[in-house]
Design a protein around this ligand. Sequence first.
Ligand SMILES: C[S@@+](CC[C@H](N)C(=O)[O-])C[C@H]1O[C@@H](n2cnc3c(N)ncnc32)[C@H](O)[C@@H]1O
Length: 320
Amino acid sequence: MQAIVSAANAPRLRLLKTIDSPILLQIEIRGMSTPPKGSVSRVPHWRCLRDWLSLLRDSNASAGTATNRKDTSLPEQKTAEPELAPWLTAMAELVQRETQPTRLPYPPEITLRLAVETAPLWQKIERDLKLRYGPPYWAVAWAGGLALARHVIDHPALVAGRRVLDFAAGSGIVGIAAAKAGAAVVAASDVDPLAVIAISLNADLNGVAIEANVDDLMPADSGFDPAAFDVVLVGDIFYTPDLAARAIAFLSRCCAAGCAVLIGDPGRADLPVDRLEKVDSYEVLVTRDCQFFGAQPQGASRQDASGLDLRAANVWRFAR
Ligand SMILES: C[S@@+](CC[C@H](N)C(=O)[O-])C[C@H]1O[C@@H](n2cnc3c(N)ncnc32)[C@H](O)[C@@H]1O
């Protein structure tokens, strides 16, 4: 269903379509240098569907434009968070303000919005946006993701013409690699809403389309159907024991549904090596300050001539 409601006085949000729920929104950021046009982000699931619709209706009503109430078919409800549109815009502005488009030294095919320093950015996110999703993982190119992105670009047959999920996507680096390598469809998922904004911006920066969403796909009752994908790509998710255990259960389900599951990892202690087959090894260039959030990766790193860390990272296939 196309453009059921259009928010006339909130032009930065445009409702594209609904498939029962959730809603898909296109985030349009006017007057910015790199509008994420063409990138589609799913509404954060922790925002009530009715609140979003109420907000859009209210926006249209106050602008004196017609709304298609018939199509929305939800009862009227007071908007719980009327500041939603500015809030979402503020998030997008923060991501743009606090990051620099950075061509990766490896793989150089990809440019990402990366933070120069992550600690002050983390502080701002917690203080100004009141978001508690931990460090800005999305503003960093992680060793596991770098290795997997390199691998996918070098082996396009893994994803070409296939439906790919970049799970725990962060910046979206791996999904961008898959899109560049010819994937038919790329979806990216991360629980941090700022990651979804960053993925949209990064997809645009690289001229690819990625559907990003903030649903937590891991619970067995999340409604996620792994059969919707042929390939699941995962960069650096085994950084805490709890997350690793949940990820193993989730990836097992993907595997059982017939997905090819590939993992990029810098040697995290909780990587389930007994369930994996090593596919390839890489030495990737990473920024120094942020590779050690969570569990310490195993193995030493050394510096290249430009002062970046060279770190070993492997690509694995989830076998069972
Ligand atoms: C170390 S970062 C890796 C990001 C990216 N894959 C890369 O390699 O650059 C781990 C990411 O996992 C995300 N994450 C944590 N729990 C998650 C969950 N339950 N579902 C999806 N993503 C999750 C975090 O928000 C973070 O962006």
